[in-house]
Ligand binder design. Structure first.
Ligand code: 8ID
Ligand code: ZN
Ligand code: ZN
Length: 349
């Protein structure tokens, strides 16, 4: 039976203290499912949302979280995609209109009417979460719900970003922020897609993790005296990376990437540091034919593909688990850049 009340981490105002408390369990509309969340990854986006970092309106009070994996316990009358008892994932893109030009061409994240989990609608740092059935991810029963949680945002996002980069098997990608949550998964997807990786991040714990996950080289931003030169030296013929995947939560590397991307290569911006500006020299962009673009989560098909890589056992990135009540401590570690890989919250039953 579904209770009336549930435990949740609630941000009552932007940047204010998180309150671990009981709130009502929501009821699904005709096109929605109610998912009993068992695990939820903690994405840096949750921290940005809590702090109010971005020029995008969010709801208040807010339940953060958008990497939630659990069990369908209730559904609306119009839902055909899921049965009660199925395993399902709630992603950042909670819903979209499915009728606008972007939705029609498979660019649902660009839908002006998009609903965002843990931002414009309550997310997965609660026991029971609502998702539009059309956008929730179907998770096969043999897939572990704790390990799969980070795929629902981090995995899909980096998989999409790697596709958007246009890098082909055998080519080299530089992953900036490789030691973080998105980074650790980007390493695994890159490897599974036949790409070679130069990892860029800071510190020895992240170095060891990146090397274990398949990086051919690691450039330590805390030690390197010339990051662009060190990255180039680690690429074939020292000509630079065929693609740069920017996942760091800092402005500097967004500007630096043009210095070590290969001519005709692409720079894919994914990280969302508050207030940052992306600057590039016009001369080099032109005469070296550099392609600079953004990439934002993924559409429903990207989600299916990213989950399929995972279900086939190709993606194994480290994660630590902690109880839902520990969220403030995890935000604190994340703010300091002290998490190698991902934290996954265990949601009380
Ligand atoms: O759809 C999207 N575009 C999307 C989806 C999901 C997440 C974007 N994001 C954004 C988040 O909002 C956040 O801004 O991607 C960014 C990274 O999210 P994350 O992987 O969840 O964050 P993390 O685990 O804290 O990892 C960040 C890593 O960057 C490193 C840190 O050491 C950490 O390992 N880093 C930093 I901060 N500055 C760096 C620098 N100058 C750096 N690495 C290299 N060079
Ligand atoms: Zn996310
Ligand atoms: Zn739409």
């Amino acid at each position: 039976t579904i209770p009336e009340l549930q435990w949740a981490q609630v941000a009552e105002k932007k940047g204010g203290a998180l309150v671990y408390k009981q709130i009502p369990v929501p009821k699904p509309q005709s096109d929605e499912i109610l998912v009993k969340i068992r695990y939820s990854g903690v994405c840096h986006t949750d921290l940005h949302a809590w702090k109010g970092d971005w020029p995008l309106e969010r709801k208040t009070p807010l339940v953060d979280g958008h990497e939630g994996a659990g069990i369908v316990v209730s559904k609306g009358s119009g839902v055909t995609e899921f049965e009660i008892g199925d395993h399902a994932g709630i992603k950042w893109l909670n819903g979209s209109c499915l009728a606008c030009e972007f939705c029609r061409q498979g660019d649902e994240p660009l839908c002006p009417g998009a609903l965002l989990s843990g931002y414009t609608v309550d997310g997965t740092f609660q026991q029971y979460c609502i998702g539009k059935a059309a956008h929730a991810s179907y998770i096969p029963k043999q897939v572990r719900l704790d390990a799969v949680a980070p795929i629902l945002c981090a995995g899909i996002t980096v998989y999409k970003g790697l596709k958007e980069s246009g890098a082909r098997p055998g080519q080299t990608v530089a992953i900036v922020g490789a030691g973080g949550g998105l980074g650790s998964l980007a390493l695994q997807y890159a490897k599974a897609m036949g790409l070679r990786v130069v990892a860029i991040d800071g510190g020895n714990e992240k170095k060891e993790m990146c090397e274990k996950l398949g990086a051919e080289a690691y450039v330590d931003i805390k030690k390197s005296k010339d990051i662009p030169a060190d990255v180039k030296a680690a690429t074939p013929e020292s000509l630079g990376a065929h693609a740069v995947i920017l996942l760091a939560v800092a402005e500097k590397p967004f500007e630096q990437a043009t210095e070590y991307v290969r001519s005709r290569g692409s720079i894919v911006a994914i990280g969302l540091p508050a207030g940052a500006v992306l600057k590039a020299p016009v001369f080099n962009t032109v005469v070296r034919m550099i392609n600079i673009k953004g990439s934002y989560v993924g559409n429903r098909q990207d989600g299916v593909e990213a989950l399929d890589f995972f279900a086939r056992g190709l993606i194994k990135a480290p994660y630590k688990t902690a109880p839902l009540k520990d969220l403030p401590r995890i935000f604190d570690l994340m703010e300091k850049g002290e998490i190698a890989g991902r934290y996954v919250l265990e949601i009380p039953e």
